[in-house]
Design a protein around this ligand. Structure first.
Ligand code: PNS
Length: 161
C-alpha cells in the first residue's frame, strides 16, 4: 500500500487544496498532509492553527488522512514517514517551472521519493492562499474559495489587525 505526502504552507487551506486532497485519496490509501513550519516566511496562521484548521476540514476523512508539521528537507520527512510519493497540485503553466525545479531537486536529493501532480479543477485553478488572504483582508467575499470555518478564521484574524 503506497502512502503519499501532500506538503505545503496551507496558510490557510483553500478549496484548491481540498480538491487536490480528494483526488489524491482516489489514488492512494493514506495521505499525510505535511504543514511546513515556515521559519523564514511569517505566516498569517501559526503552525498549530493551520494544523487545527486542516483537522477540522478533513475530520470526515481522518481514518485516511494524517496531519503533521515538518521543518527541514521534505524528502527527509517523506522518508521518515514512509511516504514514497509527494503530491502537488498544478494550477497553470506559471506553476510549472517552480514545481518542475522542486520535483527535480527532491528527486536529486532522494531517488526513493517521487512527485505526482494533479491538475487543479476548473472551479479552483485561480485560487491561492496569498490571493484569498488579500481578498479577505480587503473585505471581499471568499465564500466560494474556502470552507466556512476558514472564512471565519480569516475574518477574525483581519479584525484583530
Ligand atoms: O504550499 P507551498 O508553500 O508552495 O509549499 C512549498 C513546499 C512546502 C512544498 C516547499 O517549500 C518545501 O518542500 N519546503 C521544505 C524544504 C525543502 O525540502 N525544499 C526542497 C528542496 S529545494
Amino acid at each position: 500500500m503506497k502512502k503519499a505526502i501532500y506538503p505545503g504552507s496551507f496558510d490557510p487551506i483553500t478549496n484548491g487544496h481540498i480538491d487536490i486532497v480528494h483526488r489524491a485519496l482516489g489514488a492512494f490509501n493514506k495521505l499525510t498532509i505535511a504543514v511546513l513550519e515556515n521559519r523564514n516566511k511569517s505566516p498569517l496562521f501559526t503552525t498549530k492553527e493551520r494544523k487545527a484548521m486542516l483537522a477540522e476540514v478533513f475530520k470526515a476523512e481522518q481514518e485516511r488522512i494524517e496531519i503533521l508539521s515538518f521543518s527541514g528537507l521534505l524528502v527527509d520527512f517523506a522518508e521518515q514517514e514512509n511516504a514514497s510519493v509527494i503530491v502537488r497540485g498544478l494550477r497553470a503553466a506559471s506553476d510549472f517551472e517552480y514545481e518542475f525545479q522542486l520535483a527535480a531537486m527532491n528527486r536529486h536529493l532522494n531517488k526513493k521519493v517521487d512527485t505526482i501532480f494533479f491538475m487543479t479543477g476548473s472551479e479552483t485553478y485561480f485560487l491561492s492562499s496569498a490571493l484569498v488572504k488579500e481578498v479577505a483582508s480587503l473585505g471581499g467575499n471568499i465564500e466560494k474559495m474556502v470552507p466556512k470555518t476558514i472564512a471565519l478564521a480569516l475574518k477574525e484574524k483581519f479584525s484583530q489587525s
